[in-house]
Write a protein that binds this ligand. Structure first.
Ligand SMILES: NC(=O)c1ccc[n+]([C@@H]2O[C@H](COP(=O)([O-])OP(=O)(O)OC[C@H]3O[C@@H](n4cnc5c(N)ncnc54)[C@H](OP(=O)(O)O)[C@@H]3O)[C@@H](O)[C@H]2O)c1
Length: 263
């Protein structure tokens, strides 16, 4: 079974590998190296079953991931207690385009909608889905305060931001409970955010650990770390004591198995 780590100072034990679900809900306007077919319900249920049986308990979704939230609401029926659900606010994907609304009113409406879609009365983690202007969103829009109110009301357990800049990551870590940052073999600019989070008891989730599929293994190569970019990447990321989990997106059960065995 996969090991678990505590999410900062939050009372939440997350598996070190989480399941990203962009590809369960959306296949347009994405930057993956290959085009793909969205899995049907049977395929998605098998993937989620495999993840759960392997010890994965963290699943990441967002309103911007097409119908990912609605699908998870159905797919996780009867197993809600086995999962920690992370979703987001601020980005919507409408008619093939991303649109952003970081107003407190939208954040509240979005959270209420996520609760309905995900068929639950509490969301474990809700992050602001940044458009890149991390600091401006945190300083001027009141999104995080709206999430803090929803947390007080018991609708959310932990709040934070999925950031795109070092400065924004540091500010999100100061103000929230959790930050989701990018870290992979090609890009390590945001390590400073993980360092800060470790020092201050904030949770760190890693997105794009495999550079959205641009740094994955050649199956013809051996299983040695030196030949296997997935192993290299996981060794690098999980050596950091502040990192709680890497949210890796896959719809391929063989890839999920390979990622688990790389750990
Ligand atoms: N702003 C944000 O908040 C934000 C942005 C990006 C991502 N995220 C979250 O982070 C998650 C991960 O990010 P991501 O999906 O962009 O990038 P990623 O996890 O780095 O890479 C996912 C890609 O790698 C491929 N892959 C996974 N395991 C593989 C393996 N063993 N061998 C070969 N290919 C493999 C997947 O293809 P297959 O499906 O074929 O395995 C998929 O195309 C997302 O699903 C989402 O939940 C959040």
């Amino acid at each position: 079974m996969l090991p678990k780590r505590t999410l900062g100072k939050i009372d939440m034990e997350v598996s070190i590998l989480g399941l990203g679900t962009v590809k369960l809900g959306r296949n347009e306007g994405v930057k993956y190296p290959q085009s793909f077919k969205i899995p049907d319900d049977k395929e998605a249920a098998a993937l989620i079953g495999l993840a759960k049986d392997s010890g994965i308990n963290l699943i990441d979704t967002a309103p911007a991931y097409g119908n990912s939230e609605q699908r998870l609401g159905k797919l996780l029926k009867g197993q809600r207690q086995d999962w920690l659900i992370c979703t987001k606010v601020g980005e919507e994907f409408i008619n093939g385009e991303s649109r952003y609304d970081f107003s407190p009113e939208h954040a509240r409406r979005s959270v209420e909608r996520s609760l309905r879609r995900l068929n639950t009365d509490v969301l474990d983690i809700v992050l602001i889905h940044s458009d890149g202007n991390d600091e401006e969103i945190l300083q001027r829009h009141g999104t995080l305060s709206a999430l803090a109110e929803l947390k007080k009301e018991g609708k959310i357990r932990a709040i934070g931001m999925s950031t795109k800049t070092v400065e924004g990551g540091l500010l999100a870590a100061e103000l929230g409970d959790v930050v989701m940052i990018t870290w992979n073999l090609q890009y390590d600019d945001e390590i400073a955010v993980a360092d800060y989070c470790h020092q201050h008891g904030k949770g760190v989730l890693i997105k794009k650990a495999l550079a959205s599929g641009h740094s994955t293994s050649d199956p013809k190569r051996g299983g040695n770390t030196a030949d296997n970019p997935i192993k290299q990447c996981f060794e690098m990321i999980f050596a950091h004591p502040g990192v709680s989990s890497a949210i890796v997106g896959t719809i391929n059960p063989e890839h999920l198995r390979a990622n688990i065995s790389a750990i």
